[in-house]
Design a protein around this ligand. Structure first.
Ligand code: ADP
Ligand code: MG
Length: 240
């Protein structure tokens, strides 16, 4: 579903992605960990063309990313993204947040978009919040709206960038539960998170990123219990 080959990116002189390669298979769940500033967000944002890169190649479900606008639209239709800070539209209700893109980008009839949105809200467990505004919801509820909004575009891949980092501890679980069920339903997912329990239970592979490179990629079992690389051991000693 995702092929990234030798991707390089610079911010000015700063070499943020130093030749990163990754393949993600259909239905695979990959967890990306690593110190702050190591390039995790930058890397996964290249998968839906939110970030440009200067060298290398990225292919999403058979489509090679290019600078062509049509191409970028096609990529964004395939790849849903959930951010740390929810990024909901504050002046729209939950239902409007979810139906906006299906109606205006996918050209779905409004009634149909609303019906699908209600099903998604039920799936993420907040059907009763449909007519509220984001500001009236808890962080955990807002993040579940953000997940429903991404799913409304029927993406083939979901990217999560530290989706629980901005949440109070008691709300982390409700969001991870939704992600767990998505994974169980066979969604292809790349998740930046430091939630070790989630990674152990849900990930097919855990990858350590450091200073713009992928340091180690292993099954959760090996990654957490018997990592090969010194840098992985050091990182784990800081988060475990
Ligand atoms: P992570 O998600 O692993 O914390 P990021 O991908 O956000 O790391 O950032 C990697 C590095 O790139 C950091 O050092 C950050 O300061 C830098 N960076 C991120 N965005 C920009 C930008 N728009 N301009 C310049 N430097 C940036
Ligand atoms: Mg980040």
């Amino acid at each position: 579903m995702i092929i990234a080959e030798n991707v390089h990116k610079w911010y000015g002189k700063f070499h943020v992605l130093q030749g990163v390669s990754l393949r993600v298979n259909r239905k695979e769940v990959v967890v990306l960990m690593g110190p702050s500033g190591s390039g995790k967000s930058t890397f996964i944002r290249t998968f839906n063309a939110l970030e440009e890169y200067q060298q290398g190649r990225i292919e999403i479900d058979g489509i090679t990313i290019s600078h062509d606008l049509r191409n970028i639209e096609a990529i964004r239709r395939e790849v849903g993204m959930v951010f740390q800070q929810f990024n909901l539209f504050p002046h729209l209700t939950v239902l409007q947040n979810i139906t906006l893109a299906p109606i205006w980008v996918r050209r779905s009839p409004k009634i149909q978009a609303q019906e699908s949105a209600m099903k998604l809200l039920e799936r993420v467990g907040i059907l009763e919040q449909a007519h509220k505004y984001p500001g009236q919801l808890s962080g955990g509820q807002q993040q579940r709206v953000a997940i429903a909004r991404a799913l409304a575009m029927q993406p083939k891949i979901m990217l999560f960038d530290e989706p629980t980092s901005a949440l109070d501890p008691e709300m982390v679980r409700e969001v991870l539960d939704v992600m767990r069920s998505l994974a169980r339903d066979g969604m292809t997912m790349v998740v930046v998170t430091h939630e070790v329990g989630f990674a152990r239970e849900v990930a097919d592979r855990v990858i350590l990123m450091d200073s713009g490179t992928l340091v180690e990629s292993a099954t959760p079992e090996t990654f957490f219990s018997n990592p090969k690389e010194e840098r992985t051991r050091k990182f784990l000693s800081q988060i475990l």
